[in-house]
Design a binder for this molecule. Structure first.
Ligand code: AP5
Ligand code: MG
Length: 190
């Protein structure tokens, strides 16, 4: 099984690129953000816990998303691998992922990172807000907090995966098609 991490700041284009990636490499897409938004919409206990955190641009507790990931690994069959979009997002989550995979003698295949400058994050998310109406896209303050959260808690993972020899970066500036080709040229190696 292949275990790809789709990494990048908010609004970098992870969700946009994921569709073509799962199709080409027969992967199952797991977006922890999308799973959490589903829980919020369904009004579950987990959704109620997540709502206030997400809508202020903060992360939900590590254990919550780790449980979601393990559950997907154990239930989705008939694929060549998983594409993790938005997970891991903290060092403890990265370590938990390594431990979960170790139980079945598996490991992270590669981290594919889409990188854009902070100014472009704001621009892209504001564009999406007009189309999708995500609550965490609704104000500049929330978006700025998501950017700050990314730099403080998620960016250190770049060094974590570099040290493991598993970090591969695609420039996220360009057309959707150009970026897709950059990503495919990385993934074709595995
Ligand atoms: P999540 O849903 O993962 O949000 P995110 O990481 O902030 O990323 P986005 O979904 O906003 O951006 P994207 O990279 O998918 O960009 P997209 O393709 O849409 O997480 C939401 C929240 O859930 C978190 O803040 C946290 O609270 C919680 N959460 C989730 N995972 C967690 C975890 N592991 N631990 C703890 N908490 C967690 O593109 C953006 C826009 O740009 C779109 O409009 C798109 O059309 C456009 N676009 C894309 N590519 C291009 C291009 N090349 N040119 C022009 N426009 C483009
Ligand atoms: Mg997304």
């Amino acid at each position: 099984m292949k275990y790809y991490i789709l990494f990048g700041p908010p609004g970098a284009g992870k969700g946009t690129q994921a569709t073509a990636m799962v199709e080409k490499y027969n992967l199952h897409h797991i977006s922890t953000g999308a799973l959490l938004r589903k829980e919020i919409a369904a009004g579950t206990e987990l959704g109620r816990l997540a709502k206030g955190l997400i809508e202020n641009g903060n992360l939900v507790p590590d254990e919550v998303v780790e449980g979601m990931i393990e559950n997907e690994f154990n239930t989705v069959k008939g694929i060549d691998g998983f594409l993790l979009d938005g997970f891991p997002r903290t060092l403890p989550q990265a370590e938990a992922l390594d431990n979960i995979l170790k139980k079945s003698s598996e490991e992270v295949t590669a981290t594919v990172s889409i990188m854009i400058p902070d100014e472009m994050i704001m621009e892209r998310i504001k564009g999406r807000a007009l189309k999708e109406g995500r609550a965490d896209d609704a104000s500049e303050d929330i978006i700025n907090n998501r950017i700050a959260t990314y730099h403080a808690q998620t960016e250190p993972l770049i060094d974590y995966y570099k040290s493991a020899g598993k970090y591969h970066e695609a420039d996220g500036v360009g057309t959707i098609e150009e970026i897709r080709e950059r990503i495919f040229s990385i993934m074709d190696k595995f």
